[in-house]
Ligand binder design. Structure first.
Ligand code: SF4
Ligand code: SF4
Length: 389
């Protein structure tokens, strides 16, 4: 645990960022996998009377791709006239989609992806058991977060991450009108995790989320007070409105212009420093420094998975619940919660409970053990519970 010295806190934060960037550059150099090459839209040569085989030759397309695109079962069928498969425009868009899917497939390190999902399953299960059984001391929290950052970010890389599954799926569909099935499976798994266990994947498994949280916790004392400056809890109505508008703008720009406005700002790229432009590097540095004072700014203000996950939290099987029979109304939980969630729960705010990142801070500070994650319906506090003392 870092001591309460402002200078030491800054040194720890800077050292962490430098270590993450340096080790990630090394790791992605060692086994980063093939560089992602987005398929470039190209003008296809299609002339009247051309066969499928001639079309393939003229455009340097492999037979396997042609057979898949035109649903052909044998090489002999490649002699069919290309006009049988549609108008030139339809054929161009069909082939562009197939090329985009092939580029997606070729740009992935499948060994790493399989390892990452297996590691998520193991790590999150162990952390879940650990958190359910005992209180988390601040120093153990720091070690758990460090483990997550280094395992899922530095070692296993920027891709995949919960956010990319949504962002990249929308971008691919908006530009090429195709869906990459492995990405949809990953997205379904992440969303299923939210339904099962709240934003547990964000809280403990997302490489960008845990890095922001680690920086925030380094700037927190054992009593959850800031070592430097102030911890600012931005009003949820502001952050969520901004996040929703940002998401809407992202979708609009993808469909109208084919541009991914998140890519240049993507904080996951810190784990693949070679892919970062200067502006992206400056943005991420600012985001991480802001994380010292604001809890998970990317998650609350920008992340598409953050938004979708927040909506799904409403039907999650494990949510923060308070037993008001034993609660002594001290409100230590709301004060310690790094976000505005616990305050909203205690305020009887039914509709707009902000994102809860399953950090367990509220449970750990409760002197009467009245807080737990449970599948039970969240009860409202009795009306005069916090005023009757
Ligand atoms: S909300 Fe935060 S933790 Fe969750 S996917 Fe987005 S960046 Fe990761
Ligand atoms: S302190 Fe409690 S309510 Fe607040 S984010 Fe953490 S787990 Fe959720």
């Amino acid at each position: 645990m870092v001591k309460d010295s402002p200078l030491l806190t800054i040194v720890h934060v800077l050292a962490l960022i430098a270590l993450v960037i340096g080790a990630s550059a090394l790791s992605s150099g060692l086994w980063g996998g093939p560089p992602e090459k987005p398929s470039k839209s190209r003008q296809l040569v299609i002339t009247e009377g051309m066969t499928a085989a001639q079309f393939g030759e003229a455009n340097q397309l492999p037979d396997a791709l042609l057979k898949e695109a035109f649903n052909l079962s044998s090489d002999a069928e490649l002699d069919k006239k290309i006009a049988e498969f549609g108008a030139p425009r339809e054929i161009s868009s069909l082939i562009a989609g197939k090329l985009a899917l092939a580029a997606e497939h070729a740009g992935k390190n499948w060994l790493k992806i399989r390892l990452k999902f297996a590691s998520w399953l193991l790590f999150l299960s162990l952390v879940f058991i650990y958190l359910s059984r005992r209180k988390l001391t601040p120093s153990r929290r720091i070690w758990l977060l460090c483990s997550s950052v280094f395992l899922f970010g530095v070692v296993l890389g920027a891709d995949p991450g919960p956010m990319g599954t949504i962002k990249d799926a929308i971008h691919l569909y908006g530009t090429e009108h195709v869906i990459f099935p492995p990405r949809m499976i990953a997205l379904a798994l992440f969303l299923a995790l939210v339904v099962l266990a709240n934003k547990y994947i964000c809280g403990w498994g997302c490489q960008a989320g845990t890095l922001q949280e680690l920086v925030y916790r380094i700037n927190s004392t054992e009593k959850q007070e800031p070592r430097i400056g102030r911890h600012v809890k931005l009003p949820f109505v502001v952050t969520n409105t901004f996040r929703t508008l940002f998401f809407g703008t992202f979708v609009l720009v993808v469909f109208l212009r084919g541009t991914d406005i998140i890519a240049p700002l993507d904080p996951f790229k810190i784990y693949n420093p070679a892919s970062l432009a200067l502006s992206g590097g400056i943005f991420i540095a600012a985001l991480l420094l802001l994380s010292m004072f604001v809890y998970r700014p990317w998650c609350h203000l920008f992340c598409p998975f953050g938004l979708v996950g927040w909506l799904l939290e409403k039907v999650s099987r494990a949510k923060i619940t308070v037993d008001y029979q034993t609660c002594i109304a001290c409100q230590k939980c709301a004060a310690a919660c790094p976000s505005t969630v616990m305050g909203a729960i205690l305020r009887r705010d039914k509709q707009t409970i902000p994102d809860c990142f399953a950090c367990y801070t509220c449970r750990d500070v409760c002197p009467t053990g009245s807080i737990q994650f449970s599948k039970n319906k969240r009860a409202l506090p009795p009306k005069d519970h916090f005023t009757k003392k």
